[in-house]
Design a protein around this ligand. Structure first.
Ligand SMILES: [Zn+2]
Length: 221
């Protein structure tokens, strides 16, 4: 029987056959990420939280890495803008293993369903995959935890170039959660958290469906 971690790595094996591997860190052939690259990627990972409003539907927003760390930033951008699933999978496995080593055994983690920030249909068609969903699937495999996705997301302009107020207006009514979820705890997963507007908007939807505690968990800030 393959363990969760091995299963996740098994997916990478098939990609190895299709593309000869070159390290994303130093370009040396042989692996997607050499030992040195791996060290650099995760050396400074630890959980930090973003401040949240006391009226927020969110209990916490946590993240483990600095968005500007060069290698992490490169992998995130390759995933997001160049639609490279290999870079996305490297990040997903690293995050899943970091969760396994740190918070996976905590009660709040074990008692929550994990769910990904959804993409609108237009964006999903363009990118071909949802990187947050890739994170959720890998975290679930490695940590054997339950997932849920009953989201509907309307298409809106990207949040990236908007200020905080414009971000709020832009996401108004953008999300719906299509399930009654009384008493359920959730962890909403995203790759990058900036101001937390998206997570807050989604948490409001879950709260309206009866959810109990809702946390946001992002790879980077
Ligand atoms: Zn390297």
């Amino acid at each position: 029987m393959l363990g969760g971690e091995q299963k996740a790595r098994h997916g990478l094996f098939w990609l190895d056959l299709l593309w000869p591997k070159h390290c994303y860190h130093c370009q040396q052939p042989g692996s997607w990420l050499c030992h040195d690259g791996q060290q650099q990627l995760t050396a400074n990972w630890h959980w930090r939280s973003l401040p949240i409003d006391h009226k927020s539907s969110l209990t916490a927003i946590i993240y483990c890495a600095d968005y500007h760390q060069p290698l992490l930033n490169k992998l995130l951008k390759l995933t997001k803008y160049q639609r490279l699933t290999i870079a996305g999978r490297i990040l997903a496995i690293n995050l899943a293993e970091f969760i396994q080593q740190t918070i996976a055994e905590q009660l709040w983690f074990k008692q929550s369903l994990i769910t990904a920030v959804p993409l609108s249909r237009q964006r999903l068609n363009w990118r071909g995959f949802n990187q947050a969903q890739l994170l959720v699937e890998t975290i679930a495999k490695v940590n054997n935890c339950p997932t849920a996705s009953y989201w509907r997301r309307q298409h809106r302009p990207p949040q990236a170039h908007l200020n905080k107020n414009a971000r709020l207006t832009n996401l108004d009514q953008a999300f719906s959660w299509l399930k009654y979820s009384a008493g359920q705890n959730f962890i909403i997963i995203d790759d990058v958290v900036t101001t937390g507007t998206t997570l807050t908007e989604m948490a409001n939807c879950l709260k309206q469906s009866g959810a109990n505690e809702i946390r946001g968990l992002a790879l980077a800030h």
